[in-house]
Write a protein that binds this ligand. Structure first.
Ligand SMILES: [Zn+2]
Length: 93
């Protein structure tokens, strides 16, 4: 996967960088319209399908997934941890 930065101008005039090159403009616009993607503070955010909170759309907050069209999992990392370790046990500890 190649990560490059691309400048994207949203319909509301906000200009920001796309972090992943493999979003097609079509997919991107569909996701913005459906609310899965949102532009918050000039950066691209993605909504977690489980907790419905927005987080920056990068691998810091979402696990990368080659299966997903936008390259990121639908759930945020916190939700995955909660689901995987319901008693609070984490991989790190
Ligand atoms: Zn979540």
């Amino acid at each position: 996967m190649t990560i490059t930065s691309e400048i994207y101008t949203a319909s509301n005039g906000v200009v920001f960088k796309k972090k992943s090159a493999h979003y097609t403009d079509k997919l991107f616009k569909i996701r913005l319209k459906s609310g899965i993607f949102s532009i918050i503070d000039n950066s691209l955010n993605k909504r977690c399908a489980r907790c419905h909170d927005y987080f920056p759309a990068d691998s810091e907050f979402f696990y990368a997934s080659a299966k997903k069209r936008d390259g990121l999992c639908d759930w945020c990392k916190a939700c995955y941890q909660e689901w995987r370790y319901p008693n609070g046990r984490s991989e790190k500890n």
